[in-house]
Write a protein that binds this ligand. Structure first.
Ligand SMILES: [Fe+2]
Length: 335
């Protein structure tokens, strides 16, 4: 009897819980995201609770909390982290026709464990005063003699670089990938230091002439409150490499349902909302990223950089080859 009663109470409380809220662990920290969650709350009456931290911390927290974790959704900026969470058994597969129809196949997990929300391209930027874009072509070309001591790129501990090298391993094989990494080390203008934005600042300061960065950091500089950063951004040309071949390397901000989710229906509703045209416009533009929904136009800034061919290698492979990429960076002494 008591058992039944307890079960009944548990059931009632979990139903009340399930219809009212959704809990998100997010690595994204933009005002726009807050605005979107408010929109979702208004539209559905489902309250969105957010915990913000770095992706690695969120993953550790999910591991520690186990099945008792209150989290329903995990949002990260880089597919490598989503893959890691999946490998650790922290995620569950989601079946949504809308998500599968809206998000191109290479931008979601083949077994529906994670989905892209926005897209970012890792491009070559160049000092417009010093480099003619006709001189640029591919990531591989940056290892040629012409670029000796002119290339800037951040440390190998950075997940964006790990994913870039992983994409080389996946499409070119380990030998060519290693030769590329070694070639870039040989052509580095300095020992890697700082963020993507710092690489562009170093380009303007004359330390080097080209840098490999994510596109949205150019947007961040151009829209900065600091005059110096706006100046740095305005001196950068954006070049999409490998257009005659496999295309420019892209990565994603993405979302996944946690294994522990207790508000599954609400979580799916939020996932679907975030890839809807209405949300995509706000979501992508706020961080100068590319929308993944084809029906959403690029922002003016992104349009000014032009359209480009993207590498459509299935992104889960960046996760598969992450460990090899990390090892390879060590072997070629990429700091
Ligand atoms: Fe970033």
């Amino acid at each position: 009897m008591l058992k039944k009663l307890v079960l009944g109470i548990l059931l009632i409380s979990s139903i009340a819980y399930a219809t009212s809220e959704v809990n998100v662990y997010s690595h994204r920290h933009y005002a726009s995201d807050k605005q979107l969650f408010k929109m979702f709350e208004k539209q559905t009456g489902i309250k969105v609770n957010i915990v913000k931290a770095k992706a690695n911390e969120l993953i550790k927290r999910l591991e520690k909390e186990g099945v008792n974790s209150p989290a329903d959704l995990l949002i990260t900026a880089d597919v490598g982290r989503l893959y890691l969470a999946q490998q650790k058994g922290l995620l569950q597969s989601v079946h949504s026709k809308y998500l599968n129809e809206t998000i191109p196949a290479h931008l979601r997990d083949k077994d529906n464990y994670w989905f892209a929300l926005t897209k970012r391209a890792r491009v070559i930027v160049y000092n417009k005063d010093k480099v003619n874009p006709n001189e640029l072509s591919t990531y591989e070309d940056l290892t040629s003699k012409k670029w000796h001591k002119r290339v800037l790129i951040r440390k190998s501990s950075n997940i964006y670089n790990q994913s870039l090298l992983a994409s080389f391993i996946a499409s070119q094989g380990p030998e060519k990938a290693k030769a590329w990494a070694k070639g870039i080390v040989n052509n580095m203008a300095r020992v890697p230091a700082g963020s993507d934005r710092d690489q562009m600042k170093a380009v303007v300061a004359g330390v080097g002439d080209v840098a490999i960065v994510n596109t949205y950091y150019v947007g961040k500089l151009l829209n900065s409150k600091k005059k110096n950063e706006v100046m740095v951004g305005s001196k950068m040309g954006v070049f999409f490499p490998n257009q005659k071949g496999r295309g420019t390397h892209i990565n994603i901000s993405g979302i996944a349902m946690t294994y522990s989710s207790k508000n599954k229906e609400n979580a799916i509703k939020l996932m679907e909302f975030l890839v809807s045209p209405k949300a995509q416009k706000v979501f992508a533009e706020a961080n100068y990223e590319y929308p993944i929904n084809k029906n959403v136009k690029y922002s003016k800034l992104l349009q000014s950089w032009g359209t480009f061919k993207e590498d459509t290698i299935p992104l889960y492979k960046l996760g598969v080859y992450n460990a090899s990429a990390v090892r390879m960076f060590d072997e070629v002494n990429w700091k």
